[in-house]
Design a protein around this ligand. Structure first.
Ligand code: ZN
Ligand code: ZN
Length: 411
């Protein structure tokens, strides 16, 4: 148990020092499942040790969210309380750091009316547009991480009793985050450098298209917009110039597809946990960037409702490469949590694009759209990587280069 406490402390310190890279005098917004108050307190202690001006806490609770979706007055799903928009607006404008300890019961919204989820997500997308834009452009440091909760651990390890499931999930989280005892910061920095090297290699090729194929039936051509770049590892905060790690853990390098340039069929390689539901055997057909057909063994209607959220919800917004050889992938565990599962395999997202286009900060929303960057209030990652995945890139000069062979980087 003592060992466990040491690892938890090292993890909380990693999140504060490398995740949001908290600076003296800066405020920290901390969101955390109320069930893990112990971990929130550790983060707050580490934040104050780093000179934090004030920790502002916002609890989350799956069961109360579920009750709201089931029983709240219908009108509340179309609006956001002004104070709920004021807090993120004010604090993101002052450059506060944002640490989201996120751990959902993947099935907590099962049976809830999908229209209510869609309406709430559209309302919050509109009310928080300024905050989201600052987040996307890295105008303040933010970090998403996870800790085990009982319901989540039981879903991931259904054959273990609750205590054993919690312990096993902690072990997997520590491994993925390179927390091994002692200071976790140097190991995380070394990992971040590996991701930066892959980014540099991809950026040198300037691919025009990527062609994906595997035995699951994926046969998809993805056009990349002119001026795109790949990103991954630590990022720079635009206002302070300081590095931060938006996701801990992370294994991906990513860019955006041209919103009307994706064609073919893509099969998900893992179940997808979406809006409190689990989607299995997903298969999407795309024509000129639009999802034209959605098939699934289970949960197709959840995906359909999500893609109908707004105009951009049925186009792709992310192309991410993750090798089969990585701690999360090698664990073989299905986490039912995007932060982990997206780092187990190559993936796409439908919905909003991170504007990985040179000069994007100076472009208006219309210009970005014209350049091929998708825009939506949703962003849903789904895994497509398999051990036999091949990806072939084509450069502007027409040269073809293997990017992925048998599920791993070819260079
Ligand atoms: Zn991703
Ligand atoms: Zn994503």
């Amino acid at each position: 148990m003592q060992e466990h406490d040491v690892l938890c402390r090292a993890y909380a310190r990693l999140l504060i020092r490398e995740g949001v890279n908290l600076q003296p005098g800066q405020r920290l917004v901390l969101t955390c499942p109320v069930e893990r108050a112990d971990f929130a307190r550790l983060c707050a202690e580490e934040a104050y040790a780093a000179g934090c001006a004030e920790v502002l806490l916002r609890w989350e609770d799956d069961q109360i969210s579920r009750l709201k979706y089931l029983y709240a007055a219908d009108a509340v799903f179309d609006r956001v309380n002004p104070w709920d928009a004021l807090l993120p607006d004010t604090l993101s404008a002052e450059g506060a750091a944002w640490l989201a300890v996120h751990a959902e019961d993947p099935a907590h919204l099962k049976g809830v009316d999908p229209a209510r989820i869609r309406r709430a997500s559209a309302a919050s997308g509109a009310a928080l547009a300024a905050f989201r834009k600052r987040e996307t452009h890295n105008e303040f440091p933010w970090c998403v991480c996870s800790v085990p909760t009982a319901a989540w651990a039981r879903t991931v390890f259904p054959d273990l009793d609750e205590d054993a499931a919690m312990e096993r999930l902690w072990t997997e989280i520590f491994r993925a985050c390179r927390v091994t005892g002692g200071d976790a910061v140097p190991a995380w920095r070394a990992h971040s450098e590996t991701l930066h090297r892959r980014v540099e290699a991809l950026n040198r090729y300037v691919f025009r298209t990527l062609h994906y194929r595997n035995a699951l039936g994926t046969d998809l051509t993805v056009e990349l917009p002119e001026g795109h770049y790949w990103a991954g590892g630590a990022e720079k905060c635009l206002t302070s110039g300081l590095d931060f790690s938006a996701n801990i853990p992370t294994e991906e390098v990513f860019t955006l597809p041209k919103r009307d340039g994706v064609n073919g069929v893509v099969a998900a390689s893992r179940p997808l946990s979406l809006n409190g539901n689990i989607v299995e055997g997903l298969r999407l057909t795309l024509q000129n960037g639009k999802i034209t057909d959605i098939c699934a063994a289970q949960g197709a209607e959840i995906v359909r409702a999500a893609t109908e959220t707004d105009e951009g919800a049925s186009c792709f917004g992310e192309v991410a490469l993750v090798p089969s050889r990585s701690p999360i992938s090698e664990s073989g565990v299905l986490f039912y949590n995007t932060l982990f599962d997206e780092n187990a395999a190559c993936h796409f997202a439908f919905g909003d694009a991170y504007p990985c286009i040179h000069g994007a900060e100076e472009m208006s929303a219309e210009e970005l759209l014209a350049r091929g960057a998708n825009s939506s209030v949703i962003h849903v990652d789904f895994m497509v990587g398999t051990p036999d995945l091949s990806i072939v890139g084509t450069t502007a000069a027409g040269e073809t280069i293997p990017v992925f062979t048998d599920g791993n980087f070819a260079f």
